[in-house]
Design a binder for this molecule. Structure first.
Ligand code: ADP
Length: 370
């Protein structure tokens, strides 16, 4: 096997072991370096970022287990493989826990060494392929987001604006039939725009990027603000919105903007799927190290059979009683994605015809200052 581009560092205090490994590996075309102890070995690993590090478990100075742990820190792509004359199940398990990929008991034949190295290289190959697929997927997603927002969203916004101008009578009078048709067309375009906006929101939520923006935020403040926004719609639909202030602090670590969006979706639903003269009540409770926000409504409720699909993208309950309302079926999936990114969860309890409670559990901020 000619693997010219692959490199191996052999870290072993036994000279004969280092020499024989070097001979076998160089013969197979590997760039090979050796080190007689952990300290020197780690320096070589740092210098070379080798594909594979063969590490003896029992060495004077830094022991093999610590060497493996450090390799993971200084060269995360290097695959550490343990070589040892004292192979026991315990030591193997311990080494695997520290990040070793495989185990080679001494004495071993050249063929056994080749097999182990080959397995390590396969792991590297799979890892690199997965990595490049991940990158490619990200690129496609980003391109798609740009494409959707520019090529689809922008013309739709323009169309909606033209409809608006025509419907307001600026370009001349229209017959009632014309107006009806035009306003139906405008409603359809607006629904499509809402769907695209929701979809763009969903596509943009990236856990890694969100976590970087985390700051202490007050859940009470977030929900108070959302209630203010929603009040006019609630009043129009004769729905009473109430918030019970938390007894303690309601500070968590999170991204304010996306959390507002997550709670806005839940509150919107609590109003949208409510009944006239119904109510929405928000309250807070504490459990272990978490704050639970309960959003309780006295609305139409959800059939038990639909609960497992509720957070799936585009899922909408088919409601025959005319309570379907407008929507993209993306709101709950977006809320879940956001709450998941905050290491939280959403639970639902509901009784058909009576109402639902959506409970959002989020880990409390340790140094709360709310
Ligand atoms: P949308 O509201 O756009 O349909 P969501 O993802 O927000 O999409 O919700 C999915 C479905 O869950 C809705 O179609 C609705 O039937 C149901 N649902 C969500 N929240 C409630 C609620 N508070 N009460 C009753 N049904 C709800």
């Amino acid at each position: 096997m000619q693997e010219k581009n692959h490199s191996v560092v052999v870290i072993d205090d036994e000279e004969s072991m280092r020499d024989s490994c070097r001979m076998i590996l160089e013969k197979d075309g590997f760039l090979t370096e050796t080190a007689e102890d952990g300290k020197k070995g780690l320096e070589k690993v740092k210098e070379m970022n080798p594909d594979i590090a063969l590490v003896d478990l029992k060495m004077p100075g830094i022991g093999g287990l610590d060497v493996i742990e450090k390799i993971k820190e200084i060269s995360p792509d290097t695959v550490p493989i343990v070589i040892t004359g004292y192979a026991t199940v315990e030591s193997a398990v311990e080494a695997m826990k520290k990040g070793a990929y495989d185990f080679l008991p001494k004495p071993f034949t050249p063929e056994q060494l080749r097999v182990i190295i080959k397995r390590g290289l396969e792991k590297i190959k799979l890892f690199r392929e997965a990595e490049s697929l991940r990158k490619e997927k990200k690129l496609i997603e980003e391109n798609f987001i740009t494409m959707v927002s520019h090529q689809l969203r922008s013309p739709l916004v323009a169309i909606a604006q033209y409809f608006e101008v025509m419907l307001s009578g600026y370009v001349g009078e229209m017959s009632k039939e014309h107006k009806d048709m035009l306003s139906k067309a405008r409603n359809r375009v607006e629904s499509l725009l809402e769907l695209i906006n929701d979809w763009l929101d969903a596509a943009r939520i990236d856990k890694g990027q969100l976590v970087e923006k985390f700051k202490p935020v007050s859940l009470h403040n977030i929900l108070k603000k959302q209630i203010e926004f929603l009040q006019p719609i609630a009043e129009k639909n004769k729905i009473n919105l109430e918030i019970e202030p938390p007894t303690g602090k309601s500070t968590i670590r999170g991204d304010k903007e996306t959390l507002e969006q997550a709670f806005a979706n839940l509150l919107n639903n609590a109003v949208k799927y409510n009944k006239p003269n119904g109510s929405v009540t928000i309250s807070f409770r504490e459990k272990d190290d978490c704050i639970i926000t309960d959003i309780k409504d006295t609305g139409v409720g959800i059939d038990k059979k639909h609960i497992p699909q509720l957070f799936n993208q585009f899922f909408r309950v088919n409601r025959s009683e005319g309570k379907q309302g407008k929507g993209s079926g993306l709101g709950l999936s977006i809320s879940k994605k956001i709450i998941d990114a905050h290491s939280g969860r959403i639970d639902v309890s509901s009784t058909l015809g009576k109402g639902s409670t959506f409970s959002v559990t989020l880990p409390k901020h340790k140094k709360a200052t709310d």
